[in-house]
Ligand binder design. Structure first.
Ligand SMILES: [Zn+2]
Length: 205
């Protein structure tokens, strides 16, 4: 979260019953709507959070390239790495910066384009019924305490609106294609912050 001003702090002291949601938009996030989304299938039960890692170019933090990618505004010629993703149209519901600031691109009631071909908890096409959360970072690298705190807060708030039953990495839902967030992400740490049963997380190796 951004450093709160005293006024913002007073606002956050509102009763716990105040909903953090306006439709499928979270009030604690910076909203930057992406055109890359569609409707969820009728009857979809959104019960999964998919954790990803991303930075553009890889290892560069604090810029605007991820936001530009998710809104089809990235200048593909701005960095040699972008040739490898040229024309990609993707999105996630959320992006959590290294300092814990949260950006939101897609209404959580809608289907974002983050998972690709995937399978988890006995169901295919995880974009249909999951929430995608990208952590600013490098696949296999470590993540900041502020990112765990922001991710846990998002999961807690998402669970108030959706019947969340599972949290998994992109690497767990598409193991043949994807390896993010990778071995530097501490699943036990997230589980302990949330206080949710271990059965809701990927098996710890
Ligand atoms: Zn991913």
């Amino acid at each position: 979260m951004p450093t709160p001003t005293p006024k913002a702090e007073a606002h956050s002291a509102a009763p716990d019953t105040a909903s953090p949601w306006s439709g499928g938009w979270h009030s604690g996030a910076v909203h930057l709507p992406s055109p890359n989304f569609g409707p969820r299938p009728a009857g979809a039960v959104t019960d999964l959070v998919v954790v990803h890692s991303i930075s553009l170019p890889p290892g560069a933090y604090g810029g605007t390239a991820v936001q530009e990618l998710f809104t089809n505004a990235l200048d593909w010629d701005a960095h040699p790495y972008y040739q490898s993703i040229r024309g990609l149209q993707v999105s996630a519901h959320f992006f959590v910066r290294r300092d814990g600031t949260v950006w939101q691109f897609v209404d959580c009631d809608q289907r974002a384009w983050h998972a690709g071909a995937s399978w988890y908890r006995g169901r295919p096409q995880c974009n249909d019924d999951s929430i995608g959360i990208e952590l600013e970072g490098l696949e296999g690298g470590t993540f900041e305490p502020a990112q765990y705190a922001a991710l846990a807060r998002l999961c807690t708030d998402l669970a108030k609106r959706y019947p969340l039953a599972h949290v998994a990495g992109h690497e767990h839902i598409a193991p043949d294609r994807k390896a993010d967030p990778g071995c530097g992400f501490d699943w036990v740490r997230l589980q302990k912050i949330l206080g949710w049963d271990a059965s809701r997380f990927p098996p710890i190796p």
